[in-house]
Design a protein around this ligand. Structure first.
Ligand SMILES: C[S@@+](CC[C@H](N)C(=O)[O-])C[C@H]1O[C@@H](n2cnc3c(N)ncnc32)[C@H](O)[C@@H]1O
Length: 248
């Protein structure tokens, strides 16, 4: 196949397809999109998904490897952790590996969509097996509240990967007001030494506003109780931002 596109429509369709296929998408500029699309077309027989291209292209400098490294510094086997937007289960898989064995630990996988809960369940079951999956709880619900069985000061890590479900319904997307409500509900659940990790995508409509609102809320937290960081690429305006909130 030749790498060509002649209209904006064709290009938008290619970009949409790429984003749909790409869990770790980080498309930030016209040049980025061009090079990723070209890379995909050129490498089509060797590389199957947009995620592969991004990982190959960004390596350890991507926001996903960074967030995974930070979680792994905090979470130990036996901890309670929450994936508030479990999506296709990629983050949940790492969270499960860090937090549970057959005797201890608990992972809550939450998502508003049944498709996401189903995808995550299938992924975790096939990767981890029944015994470990028994320690994982699945809740299809809005993340504006958390299951009441989760006690205050009990959770080591709460993860948000905002936006829409890759390869899913693009119209179901995190909304700024819901996200803020969820973060307010999450704060009392975190134990000392624990972490809230929020990956915000700024490339889609409403994404920049959402990222700014998360940042603003995090910036107001009492510095005697919380340490807050924003990891944002400073030479790519719409690249994903990772905001981390540690309870001290
Ligand atoms: C970027 S995806 C998450 C990717 C996922 N962490 C993974 O590893 O595959 C964002 C997810 O947020 C979910 N979502 C959107 N609004 C939500 C809400 N209000 N409450 C809970 N989940 C929501 C979407 O259904 C989607 O699955």
């Amino acid at each position: 196949m030749t790498a060509h596109y002649s209209t904006d429509d064709t290009k938008s369709a290619q970009m949409l397809e790429l984003m749909n296929n790409c869990y770790e998408y980080s498309t930030t500029s016209k040049n980025d999109v061009d090079s990723i699309i070209n890379g995909k077309l050129l490498a089509q027989n060797k590389i199957n998904t947009g995620a592969d291209i991004i990982i190959k292209r960004l390596g350890a400098s991507g926001h996903i490897p960074l967030s995974h490294t930070l979680w792994s510094q905090v979470i130990k086997v036996g901890d309670v952790v929450i994936d508030a937007t479990c999506g296709n289960g990629n983050d949940s898989l790492l969270l499960a590996k860090l937090s549970i064995d057959i005797k201890k630990g608990c992972l809550y996988c939450i998502d508003i969509q049944s498709e996401a809960i189903k995808n995550t369940h299938i992924k975790l079951e096939s990767e981890l097996g029944d015994q470990l999956v028994n320690r994982i709880k699945f809740y299809q619900q809005n993340f504006t509240s958390f299951p009441t069985e989760i006690l205050p000061n009990s959770v080591k890590c709460i993860v948000y990967n905002l936006g829409f479900l890759p390869r899913g319904n693009l119209s179901i997307i995190t909304q700024t007001q819901d996200t803020l409500q969820s973060l307010r509900a999450a704060l009392p659940l975190v134990t000392r030494g624990g972490l809230i990790s929020v990956t915000c995508y700024r490339g889609h409509e409403g994404g920049e506003e959402e990222a700014a609102a998360v940042r603003q809320l995090a910036a107001t937290l009492d510095p005697d109780k919380w340490r807050v960081f924003s990891h944002d690429p400073i030479n790519r305006a719409l690249a994903p931002v990772l905001i981390t909130v540690y309870k001290i």
